[in-house]
Design a protein around this ligand. Structure first.
Ligand SMILES: Nc1nc2c(c(=O)[nH]1)N[C@H]1C(S)=C(S)[C@@H](COP(=O)(O)O)O[C@H]1N2
Ligand SMILES: [Mo]
Length: 198
């Protein structure tokens, strides 16, 4: 995502930024399939494990020491609410993947609490995804995924795993929590890929 395209997008009219079947909300709904897990920062870690069993691990201070970005993005929940121009701070997945060598094409993202979601590895790279730990200038609230969540705004928001714990790289796609329950494997809001058959 370049600066140019971001600026261009944000000057577009709100209705042009709304994918089909979505409505605008000013609030910030909470959608959690289970209770909010609480992980002390001293014990928090984020891992990427590759298909060759290589494990890359970051503690909270190590994550904080990495260069961050402050993306402003539109988010789209499959339950039909969208929120435009949300402000985040986080580490680009490109920074984390600098250290990872892999031939895998798929990622299974997993969270504290057991939630999982799958997506192609390419959708986590090239400026499209972040490990976000601040929202609207404040530490990310636990109900919204604090201390840190995945943010991958170009897909339906169920892909943005709250309380993110790690990413497993896989040679074959493996459905996550909602994807196993009949939701779409990819989930592009602009193509309205809500359910498996869409
Ligand atoms: N760990 C975890 N991540 C999750 C979910 C969840 O239930 N557990 N829900 C997903 C869904 S369906 C949506 S729409 C967004 C909601 O994020 P929010 O509660 O911050 O609005 O988180 C996604 N990430
Ligand atoms: Mo959602």
């Amino acid at each position: 995502m370049t600066i140019f395209s971001r600026g261009f997008r944000s000057r577009r009219r709100a209705d042009e930024r709304l994918p089909p079947g979505q409505y605008l909300t000013q609030g910030f709904p909470v959608l959690s399939a289970g209770p909010t897990p609480h992980v002390p920062l001293e014990r928090w870690e984020f891992t990427i494990d590759s298909e060759t069993e290589q494990v890359h691990r970051w503690t909270w201070p190590e994550l904080m020491a990495l260069p961050h970005e402050t993306p402003t993005v539109d988010i789209h929940c499959v339950t039909t609410w969208s929120k435009l121009g949300t402000h985040w701070q986080g580490v680009s997945l490109d920074v984390l993947f600098e250290q990872v060598e892999t031939a895998a094409q798929y990622a299974l993202v997993y969270s504290y609490g057991g939630y999982t979601t799958n997506l192609p590895l390419d959708d986590l790279l090239d400026g499209k995804a972040w490990i976000a730990y601040r929202h609207d200038g404040q530490d990310l609230a636990p109900r919204h995924g604090g201390p840190a969540r995945l943010l991958v705004p170009h897909l339906y928001f169920w892909k943005s795993a709250k309380w993110v714990r790690g990413i497993r790289l896989l040679k074959q796609d493996h459905p996550g929590f909602w994807e196993s329950a009949g939701y779409h494997q990819y989930g592009d809001p602009w193509r309205e890929q809500r359910y498996a058959e869409d």
